[in-house]
Design a protein around this ligand. Structure first.
Ligand SMILES: Nc1ncnc2c1ncn2[C@@H]1O[C@H](COP(=O)(O)OP(=O)(O)OP(=O)(O)O)[C@@H](O)[C@H]1O
Ligand SMILES: [Mg+2]
Length: 273
């Protein structure tokens, strides 16, 4: 299969906005849309064709789990969707806005305001305390120190991290660091959460806490894209996308019906591959 296939058919009611222009703000505009994403990593070894032509659309309030074997390209896809890496080909729209022209600063702004990211390997700031790691994004987004502190206290309590506020990340277990990373991603109540294995280092109790928290945010209308190997976590989602060898090979709503495709039914549209 070629990576240079034509772009996915665009639903008739969602015209392509120009770069940086707002799209039509109807209820049908997906919070996240990607077309024709391709990404090859050029490291020391042979080039790794991590993402090989992915199109997907995520509606407001949807909870999507992405599953697939190690090396399938799941983290790469998430990094593309959060603007942490740039695709070699293809485009991404956030709330109908094409991000083609976005530079680092604009993507950083989007992540500060609208996209929370939980990294597979945590990426906590090692010389900041747990409390400061969680509060930092809130302060950067303009919250008062008091608001940031209140939000941090609530999240850490909910994640079973009471008493760890003053700890440094290096003093925490892997599972504890993972929960701090989740709290940090959620502190600004981002409309879109991209979470890469947020329970990968957790025991079953920790996994339940993460599930409860994600379900609570989802219940408030937050959109979640969750990469996970954990069938229990995936079962909390509305929709499961199976990723294999850089491509989407299956996409199903968890009630057993495929998600609506094509022209504009509730903004959940086409998936190729
Ligand atoms: N920075 C990089 N440089 C070179 N190759 C990379 C880089 N990042 C990822 N890859 C390669 O791209 C492919 C996809 O990697 P990716 O991390 O996206 O997979 P994954 O599905 O998240 O795997 P896992 O479930 O193990 O986390 C792999 O073959 C990997 O070795
Ligand atoms: Mg990964």
């Amino acid at each position: 299969m070629s990576d240079t296939r034509p772009p996915a058919r665009r639903p008739a009611d969602v015209p392509a906005p120009r770069a940086g222009e707002p799209g039509p703000h109807t209820g049908d505009v997906p919070v996240l849309r990607a077309e024709g994403l391709v990404k090859t990593h050029h490291g020391e070894g042979a080039p790794a064709r991590a993402v090989r032509g992915v199109g997907l659309s995520v509606a407001h309030g949807e909870f999507v789990a992405v599953t697939g074997p190690s090396g399938a390209g799941k983290s790469t896809l998430l990094h593309l969707l959060g603007g942490l890496q740039r695709p070699d080909e293809g485009s991404i729209w956030l709330d109908g806005r094409c991000t083609d022209g976005y530079g680092e600063a604009r993507w950083a702004e989007e992540r500060r305001r609208r996209i929370g990211i939980v990294f597979q390997f945590f990426n906590l700031v090692s010389n900041l305390s747990v409390a400061d790691n969680v509060e930092l994004p809130a302060l950067l987004a303009g919250r008062s120190p008091r608001q940031a502190r209140a939000e941090r206290e609530e999240l850490l309590a909910e994640l079973g991290l009471d008493g760890k506020e003053r700890s440094m990340p290096g003093e925490l277990s892997g599972g504890e660091q993972q929960r701090v990373a989740l709290a940090r991603a959620l502190v600004n109540h981002p409309p879109l959460l991209l979470a890469d294995e947020p329970a990968g280092s957790l025991d079953s109790r920790g996994t339940r806490e993460v599930m409860r928290l994600l379900s609570r945010f989802h219940g408030r209308g937050q959109t979640i894209v969750l990469v996970t190997h954990d069938a229990r976590l995936a079962s909390a989602a509305d929709r499961v996308i199976s990723f294999f060898d850089g491509r989407i090979v299956d996409d199903a709503a968890l009630d057993g019906t495929p998600p609506p495709r094509g022209a504009g039914i509730s903004g959940v549209l086409e998936l190729r591959d």
